[in-house]
Ligand binder design. Structure first.
Ligand code: CTP
Length: 408
């Protein structure tokens, strides 16, 4: 699938570098011509000899190697590639790229290139979550750099969290998707915002109010939108789902944070609000842990309403996305309630789902939805959440292409 595609793989210095050996093998199996640049730190983790053996000898190590610069210098290296892949991309190389630094062969090629760049970040979870890395991620995304991963899981440092490099197979899929036929990417050039998961509303520093949403449906939608070529931004409440490939993920905790993160991502072409946002939050959550006081009984929690994010996006005036899709979680009178929400929230489509325990969809693998729009009511069969996502994205792509034809 990658026959004659020229990939310049940059390996920077992280423990995950060992997975890049497998990536080289997988890329070459698909017919790609792989050239590799290893940073100095990468050579501390894996040897140039292993890389060279797998890449058919095409490894460059240092900017100032007269032999290498003579044979194929940094400009040729970046000009000669169809796609640059940085895997693993450490926090350090991301920071250098965001700042436009070019102090070695890898960063010089990255600055000198006009070719697309795909990054597979890998770092400790706290480094990934650090504000500086968040800022760099935003800068790089704004510069048009694509990302795959990182995943969440056990890390070499003994911690668990987001920051593990995407598996070679997922990086390979992202590379293949990059080269796929534009007809398979009907949302190319579109910006899609997706919300997912529950929100956690703090009671005190250790307790919160939440719901049973797993985030599965929203994550599947974000993955499908990214596969369809959209620049996809997923704003997610706490969820154990792995990060979908090629999606920009913003992790939030509360409804207020989700609200701000969504508004900050407008304008966009399509918004799909699949999050199970808490309707209420505790008025003035306690700064300290609420203690049991003998004879005093349980605390009375005073609640206030959270902002309705879907309504805010649906009524965002000039910033309103061209298509706003909401979900309606109902335990009865599903279609009637969905119709009412369509109106009250100012959205274009509602996917109504029955979340009563007998339907078994909330938190489960399957979903059964009814698409309610101005055009009517369309019940869909019971499908996996992935299939619901594919079908929704296909419908959105159709809608967007109809809008384009109408405008022409
Ligand atoms: N939603 C939102 N912000 C909120 C509440 C809901 O964006 N504060 C969105 C959800 O993401 C979903 C839609 O609104 O797309 C409907 O959510 P749902 O929980 O079904 O409805 P509610 O508005 O909460 O109404 P109710 O609980 O009364 O059914």
């Amino acid at each position: 699938m990658l026959l004659n595609k020229r990939i310049l793989l940059i390996i920077s210095g992280g423990v995950a570098a060992y997975k890049s050996l497998e990536l080289i093998r997988r890329l070459r199996e698909q017919g790609a011509d792989v050239r590799v640049i290893m940073t100095r730190a990468a050579c501390e983790f894996i040897t140039p000899l292993s890389v060279s053996s797998l890449a058919g000898g095409k490894v460059s190590l240092d900017l100032f190697d007269p032999g290498d610069e003579g044979e194929m210098g940094h400009i040729e290296l970046s000009r000669d590639a169809d796609l640059l892949v940085v895997a693993p991309a450490t926090a350090h190389i991301m920071a250098r790229m965001a700042a436009g630094l070019c102090d070695d062969l890898a960063t010089t090629c990255l600055l000198a290139t006009d070719k697309p760049v795909l990054l597979a970040p890998a770092m400790n979870m706290r480094m990934w979550q650090h504000r500086a890395t968040r800022r760099n991620l935003e800068t790089l995304t704004g510069d048009g750099i694509a990302f795959v991963g990182p995943d969440e899981g056990d890390m070499a440092c003994g911690e668990f969290g987001p920051g593990r490099m995407a598996e070679p197979d997922d990086i390979l899929k992202a590379v293949i998707a990059h080269f796929s036929d534009p007809a398979d990417r009907p949302l190319a050039g579109r910006r899609v915002l997706v919300t997912a998961g529950p929100t956690h509303e703090p009671i005190d520093p250790v307790r919160y109010i939440a719901n049973r949403s797993s985030g599965k449906q929203g994550y599947a939608i974000a993955a499908a939108a990214a596969r369809a070529g959209a620049r996809t931004m997923l704003v997610t409440g706490p969820s154990a789902e792995p990060r979908p490939a090629g999606v920009e993920v913003a992790e939030v905790r509360t409804a207020d944070e989700m609200h701000a993160a969504c508004l900050a991502r407008l304008p966009c072409d399509v918004a799909i609000m699949a999050a199970a946002v808490a309707d209420w939050k505790v008025v003035r959550a306690s700064a300290g842990k609420i203690k049991k006081t003998p004879g005093k009984g349980p605390p009375a929690l005073k609640l206030e309403a959270n902002a309705d994010i879907l309504q805010a996006v649906g009524g965002a005036g000039a910033n309103r996305p061209g298509l706003v899709v909401g979900f309606a979680a109902e335990t009865g009178r599903v279609v009637e309630n969905a119709r009412a929400k369509l109106k009250s929230k100012g959205c274009d489509w509602i996917l109504a789902n029955d979340v009563s325990p007998r339907a078994g969809t909330f938190g489960g693998q399957d979903n059964q939805v009814t698409l309610v729009s101005g055009d009517g009511v369309e019940p869909w069969p019971r499908l996996s959440k992935r299939a619901v996502a594919e079908r929704l994205v296909a419908r959105i792509a159709e809608h967007v292409s109809r809008q384009v034809s109408a405008a022409e």
